[in-house]
Write a protein that binds this ligand. Structure first.
Ligand code: NAD
Length: 496
């Protein structure tokens, strides 16, 4: 057992297929601790045959009706119970998540609670998926019903391994789909608790299968499998395009939750203390490894110096180091998930400087073991620079400036992405104008990340399609069936 803090970590973690813990056909994968760069534990690595077994288990579960035939309230209670299990074990799960993903312990606890919240919400929603009846005259009784697709294949990224699984799995199960989840290679361990939660909740065997494997092997196998009926993918644009292609070949619907380069427009009348709070959360939470990160600030030129000064002071104030030593919420930040991600982000910083952006804070890796990057602020960024267009997926804020409202909107809308957007102003007219004209799936006025599990989330443009979260997400997991019942002439007495 490897010892970290007061927590023992199993040296080896298996996959979960058809209600059993199993080794992987592709062997084992070493999972690192991003805070040290050392190996934390090993994870079973699924191959294509493992994926096939998991899909067959899910298919058998679906065909048996063990999940889909239940009265929705019963399914909903089981889904809720999964969330209760996560909360009951939050200390243990958060410790593991902190160690495998590099985030501060308090952030890991936020993620476990967030994951539990998905199960609470979609457990509640299970019995609200109702059809309607459509009048066709007295000879017919016509109505729609919503049925699960059957087998839902779900592919998860490493930035929120537990919460992203919870997001798709809770909605998939609540609507009666049997699920096969492909967890991320960099931090798959904490998803062990998803399988434990499913067992605790009494879900039928085969309803939840949790496997780690390489994307190009296990992930690909899941998205080309003939018996997968619906795909949910959260990850990069490049992988999303490959998956959409596979889904199209099988005429299977998919939800794509991809990247972003989201902008907040800051008008001169913005409350600066409030904005600073949003910068703290928007770009430095999870070391900026958030698809909906506030990675661009589009600031009116009259307040640009003040905003840059505040952002740089905040970045310099954040205390960066191992997540385990950052148990409490505060001015702190953890590691990036891997050396590769950190080096990529640092490389993008060098390129930004070479293109003329001014480094106002950070910009360099920490000179210590582990994958740490300083909280970073770039000033004098212009829309043509790479740093203004490419997703960094790290703690790097780009500040651009504007002169008038039209220019602000053009800059904000001037990327291939469209995940979220924000506006900071005291002027409701300006806020409304920006909210209506920004091309993104969610708009935050005066608070980045306002909203919650209840509010639909998803992208415009290359940020993807389909929605997760909120009631909208339910419709991705069900298909509509219309049933028309006709009276056969002469077989009914007719009206008196
Ligand atoms: P990624 O695309 O590299 O990997 C995501 C998942 O896809 C992993 O499980 C990986 O194994 C799998 N995968 C890789 N190649 C595959 C293939 N050919 N077929 C099937 N599966 C394959 O992305 P990542 O680096 O893990 O995550 C970071 C990206 O995810 C960022 O772009 C980020 O913006 C995005 N993201 C989006 C959201 C959202 O809700 N919109 C949430 C989190 C992360």
């Amino acid at each position: 057992m490897s010892q970290t803090a007061n927590f023992d970590i199993k040296p080896y973690w298996q996959n979960y297929i058809n209600g059993a813990w199993v080794d992987g056909g592709a062997g084992r994968l070493a999972v690192d601790n991003p805070a040290t760069g050392e190996v934390l534990a090993e994870q079973a690595l699924a191959d294509r045959a493992d994926i096939d077994r998991a899909v067959q288990a899910a298919k058998a579960c679906h065909q048996s009706g063990a999940l889909s035939d239940l009265r929705p309230v019963e399914r909903g209670r089981m889904v809720q119970k999964m969330g209760q299990y996560l909360l009951n074990n939050i200390d243990e799960i958060a410790n593991l998540l902190c160690l495998e993903a590099g985030k501060p312990l308090w952030e890991a606890r936020v993620e476990v609670a967030g994951a539990a919240r998905y199960f609470e919400y979609y457990g509640n929603q299970a019995e609200t998926v109702e059809g309607r009846s459509i009048p066709l005259g007295s000879r017919y009784l016509d109505f729609t019903v919503y049925e699960p697709y059957g087998v839902s294949g779900q592919i998860i990224p490493w930035n929120y391994p537990l919460e992203m699984t919870a997001r798709s799995l809770s909605a998939g199960l609540a609507t009666g789909n049997a699920c096969v989840v492909k967890t991320p290679e960099l931090d798959p361990l904490s998803n062990y608790y998803m399988a434990k939660a499913a067992e605790f909740a009494g879900l039928p065997v085969g309803a939840v299968n949790i496997l780690c494997g390489y994307g190009h092997e296990a992930g690909d196998a899941l998205t080309i499998h003939d018996d997968v009926n619906q795909i949910v993918f959260t990850g990069s644009v490049q992988t999303g395009m490959a998956i959409a292609g596979n889904a199209a070949k099988h005429v299977v619907p998919c939800v794509l939750e991809l990247g972003g380069k989201s902008a907040a427009i800051v008008y001169p009348d913005a409350d600066m203390d409030n904005l600073e709070q949003s910068i703290r959360w928007g770009i430095y939470f999870n070391a900026g490894q958030v698809c909906s990160a506030m990675s661009r600030l589009v600031v009116h030129e009259s307040v640009r110096d003040e905003v840059v000064e505040r952002a740089a002071a905040l970045a310099n104030r954040l205390n960066v180091g191992p997540g385990m030593e950052r148990a409490e919420f505060g001015d702190n930040m953890g590691a990036m998930v891997s050396a590769k991600q950190r080096d990529r982000a640092e490389g993008l910083c060098r390129r930004a400087e070479s293109e003329g952006a001014r480094l106002a804070a950070g910009g360099h890796a920490l000179n210590r073991p582990g994958h740490f990057l300083q909280p970073t602020v770039f000033d004098q960024v212009t829309p043509d620079m790479n740093i203004a267009q490419e997703e960094v997926f790290g703690p790097v804020l780009s500040v651009l400036s504007f002169k008038d409202d039209a220019e602000a909107l053009a800059i904000a809308n001037g990327t291939d992405y469209g995940l979220v957007g924000g506006v900071f102003t005291a002027d409701i007219e300006r806020a409304m104008e920006a909210a209506q004209r920004m091309r993104s799936g969610q708009i935050f006025i005066n608070e980045w990340y306002a909203g919650g599990v209840e509010t639909p989330f998803g992208g415009y443009g290359k940020s993807g399609y389909g929605r997760e979260k909120g009631r909208e997400a339910l419709w991705n997991y069900v298909q509509t069936k219309n049933i028309a019942i006709a009276r056969i002439a002469g077989t009914h007495p007719g009206r008196a």
